[in-house]
Ligand binder design. Sequence first.
Ligand SMILES: C[S@@+](CC[C@H](N)C(=O)[O-])C[C@H]1O[C@@H](n2cnc3c(N)ncnc32)[C@H](O)[C@@H]1O
Length: 258
Amino acid sequence: MARRRPRSTRGFRTRWPSGDVPRARDRRGRPRPDRPSGPAGHRPVLLQEVITSLQPAPGQAFIDATLGGGGYARALMERLRPGGVLLGIDRDASALERFAQEPVPPDLTVMLEHTNFAQLDRAAERIGRPPNGIVFDLGLSSVQLDDPDRGFSFQTDGPLDMRLDRSEPWTAADLLNRESESELRRILRDYGQERWGSRIAQRIVERRRRAPFKTTKDLVDVVAGAIPRGAWPRDIHVATRTFQAFRIAVNRELDAIE
Ligand SMILES: C[S@@+](CC[C@H](N)C(=O)[O-])C[C@H]1O[C@@H](n2cnc3c(N)ncnc32)[C@H](O)[C@@H]1O
């Protein structure tokens, strides 16, 4: 049976100009083959374990279902050449745009697809053969976390956004301004295991009656006011669980995994 060609609305195929994969360098400027580096020099966690267990080899096809800053993808690219194929997927179009700026070796095919990995089957058809391996590195990239405009961080003030895919309409501010108190409570319990969830949900509803939520600081202030000072966690920021819970809800992250 002929395979249906994937309907790719925002995907793009890239055959990059020749060049080499950027690498970290040691103190004398020599490349460190053990340490692929991204533009920001970020070293992704568990990369070595992923490489050791999946053993990507020349000519194989791999999918990086959570491209992010590209740390995994760069390490895979080094091992798939010559003749290999890498499909990089991310919900965040800016991650793909950034990665597309990087050079790619001429003996490798790299494809990028803006999609949710919930649609992995359809995206994988682009490779034209079963992949030898698929990697997932769930959560947020440091690029997303460090950008105040994305609204993921309680450390810096910015718009209360939290969308991984900014083409989607529903932001964290929308969620906080519109959901019922019981739904907010459920989100804080199920996605944040926040034991002060009832109080936080109640304070959110009180606060939005006065003024709608707009910024990350609006939310941090409510959480800090809802949890008694003596009960603030010692090892994490007081708003960590709340931010995690609303990020998971805004992006329906568990739906994608299921
Ligand atoms: C922890 S980062 C990945 C970091 C990456 N492995 C690296 O080496 O830089 C997670 C990435 O997955 C993306 N992501 C999260 N959920 C996704 C989903 N359901 N579908 C596609 N991408 C997703 C996020 O936008 C983010 O860029």
